[in-house]
Design a protein around this ligand. Structure first.
Ligand SMILES: Nc1nc2c(c(=O)[nH]1)N[C@H]1C(S)=C(S)[C@@H](COP(=O)(O)OP(=O)(O)OC[C@H]3O[C@@H](n4cnc5c(N)ncnc54)[C@H](O)[C@@H]3O)O[C@H]1N2
Ligand code: MOO
Length: 403
């Protein structure tokens, strides 16, 4: 592996950070907790009570006093005083007796350990515990009040994604309403005179729009985003201008595809300038996706994604995602992770090279052979891509971005 050229790698990061500095998160709203899955937390989630709220049993068995177990190892027989089931208030354990207890039930007052059912012989009236005192700890099989967290403590910080795992805590500690960021409104504009609809009969010089469906599907994997409109736009300056004027009042972000390169029909940069938008970057040292553009127009984030299908996918993931997350109210929870290539070639480029890969069952990745940024067949075979820094080659580990 050769060593990367850091300033070039940082050019992408610098562009993202420059834009991010101009973006503030969308407002928060209070919504029913059961509707909050997939959103970003507005306020931190605090525990409204201890977890567990009192001492509870971790096993089905018998709650007893440790001091009443025999020291010698002889079995200890105790009459069963009562049954403690989950959902009932704690009962009291009389001396020299046992209380049958089920997982999650409140530990009876006076009990200091729980012996598993498997370690006993039961009759309808008595239980014989087959463990000596030395085999049972004080507190055995008891989940202590507050051992997970205590009332008032922060369970999840603001900006956390309400994943299924996080929803478990939100439901457990939250009130009926949860404070979350409102959904980000995103408009997709696909420029190109050659584009037509999936299913249409197309002449050889036309293509079916694949970037629009890619972006719609990609945005739909993010429940904190609402794609409010997706439309195709002809390659003329007035039509691109008109589409931006119509979209910007309804959008926090607009993703454009095509029309950002050097062609006479590439009108996106001029349209943004004409409307008084500020272009923060245009062209980055990356492949694919070099002509990518980032701008702000009337507080709306505009990303001009270069039209080739692989370029759109890569730039949406590398540059679009962190900026959308910033707007959405979090600090990039989906950072890339380091991944080794199973087999690598010695090819290198003097810029950030995003190479399509498939994950292997062994936990590494293999390169997907492809014909470049127009090859949407190779795109379809990929699970994501690795970021090979300028001048570098070999197995990595490289940053891996999943779709
Ligand atoms: N003289 C130069 N030419 C090009 C350069 C350059 O630096 N100098 N950069 C190349 C690179 S890299 C890319 S990427 C493309 C990007 O150009 P645009 O963003 O202007 O995109 P278009 O020209 O409109 O389209 C490029 C390509 O992608 C196809 N396309 C466009 N939209 C869609 C869509 N919605 N679904 C499927 N395919 C789409 C389009 O038909 C073109 O084949 O510019 C290079 N040129
Ligand atoms: O980088 Mo363009 O994005 O090569 O096709």
């Amino acid at each position: 592996m050769t060593h990367p050229d850091l300033p070039l790698l940082n050019a992408v990061q610098a562009a993202i950070e420059k834009m991010a500095g101009h973006l503030s998160p969308v407002e928060t709203e209070n919504i029913p907790t059961q509707l909050a899955a997939g959103r970003f937390l507005g306020d931190a989630l605090l525990a409204d009570r201890d977890s567990p709220a009192l001492d509870v049993s971790a096993m089905d068995g018998y709650a007893i006093r440790h001091e009443e177990l025999s020291e010698s190892g002889d079995p200890t027989s105790l009459p069963i005083a009562a049954v403690a089931a989950a959902g009932s208030a704690p009962v009291a354990l009389p001396p020299q007796q046992a209380i049958q207890i089920f997982t999650g039930a409140a530990v009876p007052f006076g009990a200091d350990c729980v012996v598993r059912r498997e370690d006993t012989i039961e009759t309808s009236r008595d239980v014989t515990i087959q463990l000596a005192a030395s085999q049972v700890r004080l507190g055995h099989n008891i989940r202590r009040q507050g051992e997970n967290t205590q009332a008032g403590e922060q369970v999840l910080p603001a900006g956390s994604l309400l994943s299924p795992a996080a929803m478990s805590a939100a439901a457990s500690f939250g009130s009926r309403l949860l404070n979350v960021r409102r959904r980000l409104r995103v408009v997709v504009l696909n420029t190109g005179d050659e584009l037509s609809e999936t299913g249409d009969t197309v002449a050889a010089w036309q293509i079916r729009d694949s970037n629009g469906p890619f972006l719609e599907a990609w945005l739909n994997t993010k429940p904190w985003i609402e794609m409010v409109d997706r439309r195709r736009v002809k390659d003329t300056l007035p039509e691109v201008v008109e589409a931006l004027v119509a979209a910007s009042p309804m959008a926090d972000a607009i993703l454009l595809t095509g029309g950002v390169s050097m062609g006479d029909t590439d009108h996106v940069p001029d349209a943004i300038r004409q409307l008084g938008g500020e272009i923060h970057f245009h062209r980055l040292p990356i492949r694919p996706g070099k002509p990518v553009l980032g701008a702000i127009l009337n507080n709306t984030l505009l990303l001009g994604l270069p039209g080739n299908p692989v370029s759109v996918a890569v730039t949406a993931r590398v540059i679009g995602q962190p900026l959308l997350e910033r707007l959405g109210g979090t600090e990039a929870y989906s950072e890339p992770r380091p991944l080794l290539l199973k087999s690598a070639d010695d090819k290198t480029l003097p810029l950030n090279w995003y190479r399509l890969v498939r994950l292997t069952p062994q936990g590494s990745a293999e390169l997907v052979a492809g014909r470049g940024s127009g090859d949407l067949v190779s795109l379809a075979h990929s699970h994501g891509f690795v970021e090979v820094p300028p001048g570098a080659s070999g197995t990595g580990p490289w940053n891996f971005y999943a779709w």
